[in-house]
Design a protein around this ligand. Structure first.
Ligand code: NAD
Length: 343
């Protein structure tokens, strides 16, 4: 540092350092299933990097963590190339940021909607587990893959076949091909029983249900995965031979009809000011989250109409038509990293 000792670092140096720190945290989280810092701390560093990159476009770089999804797939598993990438989500940390996101959508859709149209929104709980893509062909589960880096994931079919809530054969009238997207997770009650067992046997307990889900899915011995009693819920559809529904709401009703677990906490908001209702929904769930037997870290808000979703499209690593409202931190946020003094 300079002679004064505490001069603010140049933006370029700060951007470099933030990228390095965020890459390191991402490796630990996505590849090793560990959380070196709290999620809120990670989100703050990530947001600081996004803001610096926006303020200094000359420092943009395609391999910044802000343009990437997840982590590198583990070598121990076969790789699966996703036919359509599994993406991350942009974040909103309060109602104002939700509204800004909605205003951007109104502007982008101005050309395809009639004047005054306020697109309806659907809000779903954001369960804290691990994203999976389940491929069904002629109604049979043929492959289950992790998100990996979004483009290439890990083939965890043998392990996922042990999850009771994942049907090996679809119900109803399955299409020739469909990819179901959703989250594998560990119930809070399962997590507590499992840890009591591990401790009784003198083994190391699992840090939290998310780590439990991630670690259990990446076992080389699927008998261990079976003992971990993971759960699953569906939140979307990837490539499919079936005709598309008109909305996310109808899509999820269809998925439920195929025999997949779909949470009934979803809510659709239309009317003149859907974002006000969505914000109330998010705040209510932030208060009620402990009443659930699984951990949620926020609410995912999506534009309900699929034609509007298609018109909105994507940024490099996330859809424009969805956003994750993140609950405020519960963890004590202590400064653990030097870089936090500068952001
Ligand atoms: P994300 O987890 O915030 O959002 C994307 C994911 O949300 C999807 O992949 C999907 O699995 C999940 N999801 C849950 N419910 C959903 C629903 N209803 N609809 C759609 N998706 C749903 O984004 P990310 O890029 O995977 O991870 C970033 C987050 O991971 C950070 O915000 C932080 O919370 C955490 N993280 C923490 C550390 C750490 O050191 N503590 C490090 C890296 C990442």
């Amino acid at each position: 540092s300079e002679a004064s000792g505490d001069a603010a670092p140049a933006p370029e140096a700060l951007v470099d350092e933030l990228r390095e720190v965020i890459r390191g945290l991402g490796r630990a989280y996505y590849t090793e299933g560990e959380s070196p810092v709290g999620d809120t701390q990670y989100d703050r560093l990530f947001r600081a990097l996004q803001e610096l990159e926006a303020a200094h476009p000359e420092l943009a770089s395609g391999d910044s963590p802000t343009h990437r999804v997840g982590g590198t797939p583990l070598e121990a598993f076969e790789k699966v190339r996703h036919p359509v990438a599994l993406l991350s989500l942009g974040n909103a940390f309060n109602a104002d940021e939700l509204r800004e996101w909605y205003e951007r959508i109104l502007k982008s859709l101005a050309d395809v909607t009639d004047e005054g149209v306020r697109p309806a929104l659907v809000a779903e709980l954001k369960i804290d587990g691990l994203a999976l893509a389940l491929t069904y062909e002629n109604g049979r589960l043929v492959r289950a893959a992790t998100r990996g880096d979004g483009t290439v994931g890990e083939d965890v079919t043998r392990n996922v076949r042990t999850i009771r809530q994942v049907p090996l054969a679809l119900a109803g009238e399955p299409p020739e091909a469909v990819e179901i997207r959703g989250e594998a997770y560990m119930k809070r009650s399962t997590f507590e029983e499992l840890n009591a067992d591990l401790v009784a046997r003198g083994e190391k307990p699992i840090a939290n249900p998310r780590n439990g889900a991630a670690g259990s899915l990446r076992q080389l011995d699927s008998a261990i995965t079976a003992q971990r009693r993971l759960s699953f819920w569906a939140y979307g559809v990837g490539p499919t031979s079936a005709p598309l529904a008109a909305t996310q709401t109808e899509t999820m009703e269809w998925v439920q009809g195929l025999g997949l677990p779909v949470p009934d906490t979803r809510a659709t908001f239309g009317g003149d000011d859907p974002i006000a209702e969505v914000a109330a929904f998010c705040e209510a769930w932030a208060d009620q989250r402990d009443s659930l037997d699984y951990e949620i870290d926020g609410v995912v808000v999506k534009v309900d109409r699929l034609d509007f979703q298609a018109a909105l499209g994507f940024v490099s690593n996330a859809p424009r038509w969805a956003i994750a409202y993140k609950f405020p931190a519960r963890e004590a946020t202590t400064r653990l990293l030097d870089i936090e003094h500068n952001v």
